[in-house]
Write a protein that binds this ligand. Structure first.
Ligand SMILES: [Zn+2]
Length: 174
């Protein structure tokens, strides 16, 4: 049976002309599936929308605004506590240093400068040493020498893998 366009009319709940309405009623008399749709449409229409009580919207909006305000205040308080706690913690950790600095600022500054210089010079020395080392290596060992070393290392690796393989292959309990 051809349910078009009746099914579409019913599902989309279209307004129909009187001719269309007559056609639809004729179809509904012979088609149970479209009749079922029409019946459920009727049922849906008969359930009235529950309207909100008087003044519901303004009350709801007011409560929403209050909630938002409370949330913002809570956020501000939370942030303040967090920051204060952070400062307190920082002060607690740093107070020995601060006291030290306050007692003898000049000593402290020389200490810091000395430490800084120590780091800089050690980094410099390290970079120089590594520079010299790489230069020495590249001067002393020719490309062929590097190849030989590579070969030896890889050979050692192969030997090791083989020995592990053999070890795992030995049958147990013999
Ligand atoms: Zn039908």
């Amino acid at each position: 049976m051809n349910h078009r366009p009746f099914e579409d009319w019913l599902l989309e709940d279209q307004r129909l002309t009187s001719d269309e309405e007559r056609e639809l009623q004729a179809h509904l008399r012979v088609c149970t599936s479209c009749a079922a749709i029409a019946e459920s449409n009727l049922a849906l229409h008969s359930t009235r929308m529950v309207s909100p009580t008087e003044g519901f919207v303004p009350r709801f909006e007011m409560r929403l605004a209050e909630n938002r305000k409370a949330m913002r205040i809570r956020q501000i308080i939370g942030t303040t506590i967090f920051v204060l706690a952070g400062f307190a913690l920082l002060y607690w950790f740093a107070s020995p240093f601060i006291q030290e600095v306050m007692r003898s600022p000049a000593d402290w500054i020389t200490n810091v400068v000395g430490y800084f210089l120590f780091i800089v010079t050690s980094v410099q020395a390290l970079s120089e040493v590594s520079h010299v080392f790489t230069h020495l290596l590249s001067d002393f060992i020719s490309p062929i020498g590097w190849l030989v070393i590579l070969f030896l290392v890889s050979g050692l690796g192969v030997v090791e893998v083989l020995s592990i393989w053999q070890f795992t292959r030995t049958p147990q309990g013999v």
